[in-house]
Design a protein around this ligand. Structure first.
Ligand code: PHE
Length: 344
């Protein structure tokens, strides 16, 4: 009996299973009801009692061996025609290279901006894109019917409760309000996010874009702190040789307010078509937070002062990478996006 078991094992070992058909043939030949293994089990009855123990053990080992061979063949998906072993398959070929995507230029720039401010102790905060009138306008010192509301063409969203409509936030200053309402000074935060304005889409305007807002509130925060922070930021982003200048401007939520230009790093401020031969590029709006806004948000304006600034991420990316048309950012053209592979 033992030699029979050994020869059946040798027979099974020699069996090549490379196709779905040969897998089935193997199963029927060795493991089916009328297969060779069961024949041996039938013979087992005739084995003398003294040998039963040894022969039984060998038989069971053979059974395990046959079943395992079947399972291994099944696991390798031989039955699946797409994977069946093909004589022409060259297993030494190098694997296909994965097509690795690249980060979107706006994500890259948003990351750069956040990182520069994180280094001086700012944390990143977030807020909703569908806002109520209070957070987008009223708390920021835009009274109802005030003409300053027309500075930003607003998309309105119907309010299911029938109350005054929601808005798609027109700027990230709404997050400024939320943060002041919920945290205690000192507050040092930047707030990147998407914003919406009802503008015709062209190379220079889009109905949505991205901003990063910055806010610093503490005791005795001064205008000098604002200027120094912005100079640090501009040098980190555009290089050590850039300079900044502030031009008086108007925002309802800051007083005084400024528009900030950086010296053109493309032509070294000599004048080129990007800076329109002025040597300066406008990059952000800023100012000292209006005391009304602090009080609206529950911060005592007699005790605290602060500054805020806001910049367009598309605009900064345009300057860093000379992107000529705003629409490129949202068209998902791989020829455009692939150029940012090296950026992190
Ligand atoms: N929210 C302003 C805008 O969208 C930018 C800004 C932010 C200005 C903070 C001053 C202070 O244009």
């Amino acid at each position: 009996m033992l030699p029979k078991i050994a020869s059946l094992k040798a027979l099974a070992e020699a069996e090549q299973i490379s196709t779905a058909d040969s897998l089935e043939t193997y199963r029927i030949k060795f493991l089916s009801k009328k297969g060779l293994l069961n024949e041996l089990f039938d013979d087992f009855k005739n084995v003398p009692g003294a040998e039963k123990r040894e022969v039984g053990k060998a038989l069971n080992e053979l059974k395990l061996f046959l079943e395992e061979k079947l399972q291994v063949a099944r696991d390798s998906n031989i039955g699946d025609s797409a994977n069946s072993l093909d004589e022409n398959l060259d297993l030494t070929l190098p694997a296909d290279v994965y097509a690795i995507g690249s980060r979107h230029p706006l994500s890259v720039v948003r990351g750069k901006i956040s990182e520069i401010f994180e280094r001086i102790g700012y944390t990143v905060a977030d807020g909703p894109e569908i806002e109520d009138d209070w957070h987008n306008f009223s708390a920021l010192n835009f009274p109802a019917e005030h003409p300053a509301r027309d500075m930003q063409d607003t998309f309105f969203v119907e309010n299911p409760s029938g109350d005054e409509p929601f808005v798609l936030r027109t700027h990230t200053s709404s997050v400024q309000v939320r943060m002041m309402e919920t945290s205690k000074p000192p507050i040092r935060m930047i707030m990147p996010g998407r914003v919406y304005r009802n503008e015709a889409i062209s190379a220079r305007a889009h109905c949505f874009f991205h901003q990063t807002e910055g806010l610093y509130i503490d005791k005795a925060v001064s205008f000098a702190d604002l200027k120094q922070t912005l100079l640090y930021f501009a040098k980190e982003l555009f290089g050590n040789s850039v300079n900044i200048r502030l031009r008086p401007s108007y925002f309802p939520f800051t007083e005084p307010s400024f528009e900030v230009d950086v010296s053109c790093s493309i032509c070294g401020a000599k004048g080129c078509n990007v800076c329109k031969y002025t040597g300066w590029l406008e990059i952000l709006g800023c100012g000292m937070v209006d005391p009304n806004v602090l009080d609206n948000c529950g911060i005592d304006s007699k005790e605290y002062t602060g500054f805020a600034f806001g910049m367009g991420i598309e605009r900064i990316a345009q300057l860093l990478y000379r992107v000529p048309d705003l629409r490129l950012y949202s068209e998902n053209d791989l020829r455009f996006l692939n150029q940012f592979k090296a950026e992190s």
